[in-house]
Design a protein. Structure first.
Length: 134
């Protein structure tokens, strides 16, 4: 998936280095993280995929993530949001520069950045297919 990296929107407040997120109940621990990252990276319009720990530190990055550290901060903020609501299973953000999707894959987070016209249905279909395989 080629294209320009999507800038990560700035956060109004940044989580501190000591911020940790509880494991979200939203995503089963059995999802194949490597398989999901590969499936997402193959989608048209995806610029980059990153695996992050609960504190937002990049564990692995594939493709062109504009700023993995900033994206990690955003993922950590999303983790805090998901921690408050068990019904929320993912975070999808549209910006003027593109889309960001993050899902908890216990105990980590998988996030992607992509074009503004990224097909979110295909993103979630890839996730659902891997969940069903398990």
């Amino acid at each position: 998936a080629a294209g320009r990296p999507v800038p990560v929107p700035p956060l109004p407040t940044r989580p501190t280095a000591t911020t940790t997120a509880a494991v979200s109940p939203g995503r089963p621990a059995t999802v194949d993280v490597v398989g999901l990252a590969a499936a997402w990276a193959a989608l048209d319009g995806v610029h980059g995929v990153g695996l992050f720990d609960g504190a937002g530190r990049a564990v692995e990055v594939r493709g062109a993530l504009a700023d993995p550290r900033e994206l990690g901060s955003l993922v950590a903020a999303g983790a805090a949001l998901l921690e408050r609501s068990e019904a929320l299973r993912s975070v999808a953000i549209d910006t003027p520069h593109g889309r960001l999707v993050a899902v908890p894959v216990r105990p980590q987070w998988l996030a992607l950045t992509g074009a503004a016209d990224l097909n979110l249905g295909a993103v979630y279909a890839a996730l659902a297919a891997l969940e069903e395989e398990r």
